[in-house]
Design a protein around this ligand. Structure first.
Ligand code: ATP
Ligand code: PRP
Length: 215
């Protein structure tokens, strides 16, 4: 039995579609009102765990799931020992530094030393400002980080930007990108090494239907 960790939220529909195209049907996860967290595939050969986005690499790293789908941003933030197998192409967004449009800051290096930066991705933010050699005070938030500069709690944020609509509607602008992110298929390294065929067969089938980045 192969177990796959899938994230609730923005990536779920595309993740289910990609596994369905590869022969594993987890459509039960998408049924309105579904509260089941472990769903068998229609063929009975696999099951999906429905987990929070940031928990996907945790289930894969600890071996409770052999495969998982998660954003590259989460992989960068949590640094858990999972194997990155495929770039699935969907869930495209960028990790950016943003500030109030009315502020004078137009590059991250314009920010004053020791200013406050709010983020859900404080690991990525810390690495970015360390590389700039700019000391900042990071404030960890669980979401809606755009409120940091709006309320005056922070000068800047580090957050995901996709369409740019959230920044625009909150009077913020992106001034620098840390990296681009897309959904990745990840795997448990030992399970992949010990696999005698079935796991690799699923990865190969998903690779055939995966959309390469930029296409
Ligand atoms: N606006 C967006 N457009 C496209 N992809 C996005 C967007 N926001 C996030 N993503 C991608 O989808 C992943 C899941 O985002 P989602 O908003 O569903 O979860 P989350 O808010 O990070 O998790 P949780 O609700 O558990 O805190 C992100 O890690 C990122 O890779
Ligand atoms: O550029 P856009 O297309 O507007 O998307 C960006 C928004 O999407 C994500 O938020 P999410 O919906 O995950 O909520 P969160 O603030 O709770 O993380 C991200 O944190 C931004 O707020």
């Amino acid at each position: 039995m192969i177990t796959v960790a899938l994230a609730k939220g923005a990536l779920l529909k595309d993740s289910v579609a990609r596994f369905a195209a590869a022969g594993l049907d987890f459509a039960g996860l998408l049924e309105p009102g579904n509260r089941q967290l472990m769903v068998p595939s229609a063929c009975g050969q696999a099951r999906a765990l429905l987990v929070r986005n940031a928990d996907v690499p945790v289930y894969v790293a600890y071996g409770q799931a052999q495969l998982g789908v998660v954003g590259y941003d989460v992989i960068r933030e949590h640094q858990l020992p999972v194997a990155q197998l495929l770039d699935l192409g969907f869930g495209g967004c960028r990790m950016s530094v943003a500030v109030k449009a009315s502020s004078g800051y137009r590059r991250a290096s314009d920010l004053p030393a020791h200013c406050r930066v709010a983020s859900k991705f404080t690991g990525c933010a810390q690495a970015f400002f360390d590389a700039l050699d700019l000391p900042v005070e990071l404030i960890h938030l669980a979401g809606s980080v755009e409120l940091g500069p709006i309320t005056g709690m922070s000068e800047a944020i580090v957050d995901l930007v996709a369409t740019g609509r959230t920044l625009e509607e909150n009077g913020l602008i992106a001034i620098e990108d840390l990296f681009h992110s897309t959904a990745r298929l990840v795997g448990h390294p030992l399970a992949l090494r010990l696999d005698d065929g079935p796991l690799q067969a699923i990865v190969d089938r998903i690779a055939l239907v995966a959309t390469p980045r930029g296409s």
